[in-house]
Ligand binder design. Structure first.
Ligand code: HEM
Length: 174
């Protein structure tokens, strides 16, 4: 197995453990039935053919969700996002510069802090780090999900992603 593949496997296992620790299931994430397995988080090229055929039904169900972008309607598909790693995100953890990661995308919420309907403190708590589960857990409306786009500044490098792989999203929340 190539080094990259080993890293991807490890990331997949981490994603499963995270889902398990947080009591998340594919059903709770609106992705149908079944237990999460490492292959669910991998690019299809990395799966062996047996597994990929077993999973093809689920994947076709997920096809409409495969676009990981926050709002597939409003985003400019051609827009090249800047790749920002978690180290850089971590520097932006104050009211003067507040970045959060949601589903492997990086958002600059500095301006949002002033107007966020849920208050500034809930976001500030996640400044400089991953806020995916808090964002999903709060049950934001579709309007809130669409407004994410306004704050989008980049995405994590592949090796740091836990929700997405290059060809599309494997796990999404509401
Ligand atoms: C860029 C990131 C975010 C955006 C664009 C955003 C947007 C919004 C919007 C528009 C609302 C109004 C209610 C709705 O439409 O659902 C809202 C409410 C709320 N948000 Fe956020 N939010 C963000 C991040 C977060 C984070 C990281 C948390 C962490 C817990 C959070 C917690 C809440 C809470 C507690 C409410 C109030 C819910 C209620 O009153 O029922 N938000 N947010």
């Amino acid at each position: 197995m190539e080094k990259d593949q080993r890293i991807e496997r490890k990331n997949s296992e981490t994603a499963i453990k995270t889902m398990s620790l947080l009591g998340l299931t594919f059903r709770s994430l609106g992705l149908g039935d079944g237990e999460p397995r490492p292959d669910d988080f991998l690019d299809s090229e990395d799966r062996d053919s047996d597994e990929s055929s077993k999973r093809s039904r689920r994947n076709s169900k997920q096809a409409s969700r495969e676009d990981a972008r926050p709002s597939s309607k409003s985003i400019d598909e051609a827009k090249q996002l800047r790749v920002i790693n978690l180290d850089e995100v971590a520097w932006h953890d104050t009211v003067d510069s507040c970045w959060v990661v949601i589903r492997d995308f990086v958002y600059d919420c500095t301006e949002l802090l002033k107007s966020h309907p849920g208050g500034y403190d809930v976001i500030l708590e996640y400044a400089g780090r991953d806020a995916t589960l808090a964002f999903i857990g709060t049950g934001h409306s579709s309007t809130a999900r669409e407004s994410l786009e306004k704050y989008l500044i980049g995405e994590l490098p592949f090796e740091e992603r836990i929700f997405r792989v290059p060809n599309g999203i494997k796990v999404v929340g509401s």
